[in-house]
Write a protein that binds this ligand. Structure first.
Ligand SMILES: [Zn+2]
Ligand SMILES: [Zn+2]
Length: 429
């Protein structure tokens, strides 16, 4: 998850310091879950390549008595535990890691390198905490399997590949997820981050995050000698003007107060200082939280891109490739309210925080779009002491995707398991 927090409101009482939720059943499941966490952290795999990761999860869940289906949408897995009549509740974890070189100096830091989809050799790190989500789900799975008297219905644990490329949920659905397997009545997921202290969880009723659209724009010019610009149409100059005009969409076209972000994350053009290249490529991410604003922003990008090329006499027209998109995650407000109660009972009222929406995105929304009500919540990951020091110094701890991202695993993993079990028991009644 692209985890830039937006207007997070945290109650001071929650930051005052949370204790590990100590319960016998969590302590019994913890050593295995923690061992899996260390193993997964040391052996991360890139999006769509999570073969060993999926196999480790599948084998553990089978041992716990779950019926496991592998290779759903690539490396995805679904583990089912039936326990009489009742609802079907899905709990999702992601499987993938990121092309990031770990710099945490932890004893279990990743030293893994792998080939990415374009064949480049890249470092790999669980820099988004998906290893913690997997360890948590396995701990939760053990507790639920050992306490069938506390719930009834069907528990469906989903290991989803390729969340970081916003493609894994769709791949699972395209592979017959809803046809081959029981359709969930509710879908649950959590995400760890460094904004909240470990020991706490955060809930956002309603709109949780943003729509995300990824665009690749190719501007075509006419190449030539850098000393003879009159013989060329310079795509770098057009790209530069386009980038600046794109900035006026949010500042001049979108109604003040509406959420919209247009970021040009890269510009690729040229090879040498005295050559004018024949094309330039821009990579954009667009975030919004209303369908009409999304439509407006995407239309404005297309209009501006075409017109800036037109002004320069560039031919052919620029190509706009809308290569990735996902809708926002919506938390059913009534469901969020019910789950708030379940989480407060398990973690203590002070350790459940109401948050504002964030401008990250997530393909969990693909499951919610299928008409499955969703509950997606935050898991505090920050070492409480380091977090208070950072706050006092006016700084922040390394965020998700940072080479230094290192959640307080002991506390966050225990809290993750406790929270998931509480939510599942709350739903499987
Ligand atoms: Zn991420
Ligand atoms: Zn993530």
């Amino acid at each position: 998850m692209n985890w830039f927090r937006f207007l997070v409101v945290v109650s001071l009482s929650a930051l005052a310091g949370a204790q590990a939720p100590a319960s016998k059943e969590v302590e019994a499941a913890y050593p295995d879950a923690h061992a899996l966490y260390l193993d997964l952290h040391e052996n991360p795999e890139l999006s769509g390549h999570e073969t060993q990761t999926a196999a480790k999860l599948a084998s553990r869940l089978r041992t716990l008595g779950y019926e496991v289906t592998e290779h759903v949408g690539g490396t995805g897995i679904v583990a089912i535990l039936k326990n009489g009549a009742g609802p079907t509740v899905m709990l999702r974890t992601e499987l993938d890691a990121l092309p990031v070189e770990e710099k945490t100096s932890l004893s279990y830091a990743s030293k893994v390198r792998a080939k990415d989809d374009s064949g480049r050799d890249v470092p790999v790190m669980h820099a988004c905490g998906h290893d913690l989500h997997m360890a948590s789900i396995v701990g939760t799975a053990a507790i639920m399997a050992r306490s069938k008297n506390t719930w009834h219905g069907t528990l469906m644990l989903v290991g989803q590949p390729a969340e970081e490329t916003i493609s894994g949920a769709k791949a699972m659905l395209d592979d017959g997820f809803l046809k081959r397997l029981p359709k969930p009545d509710v879908a649950v997921a959590l995400h760890v981050g460094n904004i909240l202290p470990a020991g706490t969880v955060g809930i956002v009723p309603g709109v949780y995050n943003t729509n995300a659209d990824s665009l690749r724009i190719t501007i075509y010019g006419k190449g030539g000698h850098g000393a003879a610009p009159q013989t060329t149409v310079d795509p770098i100059v057009i790209a530069a003007r386009t980038i600046l005009t794109l900035q006026t969409i949010v500042s001049r076209e979108v109604k003040p107060g509406e959420l919209a972000i247009v970021t040009v994350g890269y510009i690729h053009a040229g090879t040498k200082n005295n050559i004018i290249p024949d094309q330039a490529e821009l990579g954009l991410t667009v975030r919004t939280n209303k369908p009409e604003v999304r439509k407006q922003v995407l239309a404005a990008i297309a209009r501006i891109t075409k017109q800036e090329a037109e002004v320069a006499g560039a031919r052919p027209q620029p190509l706009i490739d809308h290569y990735e998109s996902t809708d926002l995650v919506y938390n059913d407000p009534a469901l969020a309210e019910r789950m708030k109660g379940a989480l407060e009972a398990a973690l203590g009222e002070d350790n459940v925080v109401i948050e504002e929406p964030i401008t990250a995105s997530e393909d969990f929304s693909y499951f919610v779009e299928q008409g499955i009500p969703g509950f997606y919540f935050s898991l505090g990951g920050a070492d409480p002491e380091k977090l208070s020091q950072a706050k006092a110094a006016g700084t922040t701890l390394p965020s998700n995707h940072s080479p230094l991202f290192a959640p307080d695993a002991d506390l966050a993993l225990r809290t993750g398991i406790t929270a998931e079990v509480a939510v599942l028991r709350g739903l499987l009644k």
